[in-house]
Ligand binder design. Structure first.
Ligand SMILES: *[C@@H]1O[C@H](CO)[C@@H](O)[C@H](O)[C@H]1NC(C)=O
Ligand SMILES: *[C@@H]1O[C@H](CO)[C@@H](O)[C@H](O)[C@H]1NC(C)=O
Ligand SMILES: *[C@@H]1O[C@H](CO)[C@@H](O)[C@H](O)[C@H]1NC(C)=O
Length: 638
């Protein structure tokens, strides 16, 4: 009895002990967390925990065109950097244009690089740290990083010490900020256009991973490169977005604004990383100011000479929040709205509205920082808008409006930009190419198998009149292609031709000065290396659509024409229906065969260009066979 009571008491005691210790532990945890958050840096009314920097991209200093690009860059530094006073400038590739006067050829020019060198040296009066890296244009025709033709090494700000990827640590009294340059320019670098996609080899990836690991102790890591991640492949097969998964934002260029179609190309990847593509300096004179305020990143993209330049750093723009990488809880503990205003005039008045309700006047805190006290706990969950109306002595009234949220609600970014940055464009192009080729082969093979076509044609009579023209059209072309597949020489030749596009060498040419390379749809061999070109799939799609498919249809049309006995009609009729379309096809093929690749890769690409030059000959031979073939007459076709 006593023993049982003893055991019960003991176990009760133990339970109580565990419970008490648990709650003590919990209290300690909670106290820790509370102390953490209390000692935490909260956005207030002062200028602490704040710095900003600038990005420019795609400068394209050229000896043949756009002569204002370099002088405008200097003028930008003189006026804008003097006012903005950023801690550093990032120049994310395509520093020079490196295109010949004909726009097809490409090579590195000393004078373009000298101009770039002179320009950034001039700018360094205003900002010492100039982080530049190569873009695809800076890598045209560069056999190796240490080759004398890699002028980036000789003339750029970073190239001497960092010919490829590198990292830069920016230290502030309140934190450490890592900047990692991601060089994805193909190495060796072929001449244009076949370096449009980026490619990181294993050694490049290892170096990059090292820099990213070193950056782990920083408050924030910002990566920048020339190519968007949707255009970067790796030798290891690792996705670049996973390699960069601990990065807050990846800044890039390369796609410019797609000729104005996509002015803002922003995305947030699954890893929480923001990808922010910047429009070009080349034609649009766009630049970006980025502010890191209490470890929260805000940006504004602006055109040169448009003042004032305004960033509302607290509360941050809701669609660009990176919750995995940013301490966003600081927004709803902050005591002040914080606005950076850079202007060449003088700020006279700043009115702040939240959800169109007047909130007060922001006052200058220090330098370009203006603040206004607020109480975020008064603001309901969900998305709100903040509007700032600035009156400036030189520039009149300027309105900046953005969305924010305190509970992490984040509206979607514009679709077009998101789409372009989140895709894997190389894989998509490859898939489309394969699809077209498989359908083409499938149609030819199936039709070849049919002995009579009647069961495969739509019975037109039964259908209503809306579909009738379409079905008649479909039937007649199906019939014509069927005729083609019934002539064995032609059938096998056409199959051979499409297989050649998919597997055979397209051209041999001077992929780099003094280095002959060979291009396939699936990649290029040059200077002892294999390079998956990716862009070739777009060229493949173009080739099949502009040559293989129309040739097949024209041959079918010709056969049908003979069958119906039209060839006995006037010469004029035959010229219009047969010779003229065929001539157009051959002339177009001759034009592209003799212009693009030969002027990019030398005359060898014309002579040894089985894809395009060979297609002309192939087309002529096919036409000759069909012209001379004897075919039984038929009174009508479906
Ligand atoms: C940066 O990180 C350090 C160490 O984690 C921290 O003490 C500091 O408060 C951070 N800075 C900011 C601005 O949050
Ligand atoms: C990202 O950071 C986390 C935590 O430090 C770490 O476990 C992970 O391996 C990192 N990822 C990469 C790709 O470096
Ligand atoms: C403040 O931030 C936390 C964490 O980000 C969030 O859960 C909470 O809902 C926010 N508070 C308000 C009032 O929205």
């Amino acid at each position: 009895m006593k023993v049982v009571a003893c055991i019960i008491l003991l176990s009760l005691f133990l339970i109580v002990l565990v419970f008490v210790s648990r709650s003590v532990q919990n209290n300690i945890d909670r106290n820790d967390r509370l102390r953490d958050q209390q000692s935490d840096v909260i956005p207030g009314g002062g200028n602490e925990n704040l710095f900003w920097f600038v990005q420019v991209s795609d400068i394209h200093v050229s000896r043949y065109r756009g002569f204002g690009r370099a002088p405008d860059l200097k003028a930008f530094c003189d006026t804008h950097l003097k006012i903005i006073k950023p801690k550093l400038v990032i120049a994310s590739g395509d520093l020079t244009d490196a295109k010949c006067s004909d726009l097809d050829g490409s090579k590195q020019f000393h004078d373009e690089w000298q101009t770039y060198h002179e320009s950034f040296k001039y700018c360094q009066q205003f900002v010492k740290t100039w982080l530049d890296l190569r873009g695809n244009h800076d890598a045209f025709d560069t056999p190796a990083l240490n080759h004398k033709d890699n002028l980036f090494r000789q003339y750029s700000a970073q190239g001497k010490d960092h010919p490829s990827s590198y990292s830069y640590l920016h230290q502030e009294p309140f934190g450490k900020y890592s900047f990692v340059a991601v060089d994805a320019s193909p190495n060796p670098g072929p001449k244009r256009p076949f370096n449009f996609f980026g490619y990181i080899r294993k050694d490049g990836e290892t170096a990059l991973t090292t820099y990213l690991n070193e950056a782990k102790t920083s408050n924030m890591t910002i990566a920048f490169g020339h190519y968007p991640t949707s255009l970067i492949g790796t030798q290891s097969g690792n996705n670049i977005r996973n390699i960069l998964s601990n990065v807050t934002a990846y800044l890039c260029g390369h796609l410019h604004t797609l000729a104005g179609i996509v002015p803002q190309m922003f995305a947030r990847h699954k890893t929480g990383m923001l990808e922010l593509e910047l429009g070009d300096w080349k034609d649009e004179r766009i630049y970006r100011v980025l502010a890191v305020d209490h470890d929260i990143l805000s940006i504004v993209d602006v055109v040169k000479d448009r003042w004032p330049v305004v960033i509302i750093t607290n509360p941050k723009e809701a669609s660009l929040m990176a919750p995995v990488h940013e301490p966003l809880y600081r927004i709803n503990k902050s005591t002040h709205i914080r606005i950076l205003i850079f202007t060449d005039g003088e700020v006279n008045n700043i009115d702040v509205y939240i959800d169109s309700i007047y909130w007060g006047k922001a006052k200058q805190s220090d330098g370009p920082l203006y603040v206004l006290p607020w109480k975020p706990d008064k603001i309901s969950p969900g998305v709100h808008s903040i509007k700032v109306v600035i009156k400036d002595s030189l520039n009149g009234e300027y309105i900046k409006e953005q969305l924010f949220s305190l509970d992490g609600t984040s509206p979607l970014l514009p679709f077009k930009g998101r789409f372009l940055l989140m895709l894997d464009i190389a894989q998509l192009a490859q898939a489309i190419y394969c699809f077209i080729v498989v359908v083409y082969i499938g149609v030819l093979v199936l039709l070849h198998q049919c002995n009579s076509l009647e069961s495969h044609l739509f019975a037109v009579v039964r259908h209503s009149s809306i579909f009738k023209p379409f079905l008649t059209f479909y039937n007649s072309w199906l019939y014509r292609v069927w005729l083609v597949t019934k002539i064995n020489n032609i059938y096998y030749s056409l199959l051979g031709a499409i297989l050649y596009v998919s597997f055979g060498p397209w051209l041999f040419g001077q992929m780099m000065e003094g280095h002959t390379g060979v291009v396939f749809v699936w990649g290029m061999f040059v200077h002892g290396s294999y390079l998956p070109v990716c862009l070739t799939y777009f060229y493949g799609i173009f080739q099949v659509i502009t040559f293989n498919i129309p040739l097949t249809m024209l041959l079918g049309y010709h056969l049908n024409y003979k069958q119906l006995g039209y060839s006995r009609k006037t010469l004029c009729h035959t010229v219009r229906h047969i010779y003229f379309p065929f001539l157009a096809l051959i002339l177009f093929q001759t034009y592209i065969a003799s212009s693009e690749f030969p002027s990019a890769y030398g005359t060898r690409a014309l002579v040894l260009g089985p894809l395009r030059t060979g297609s002309i000959i192939f087309g002529l031979v096919m036409f000759y066979i069909v012209r001379n073939i004897k075919i039984p007459r038929r009174s009508s076709s479906p």
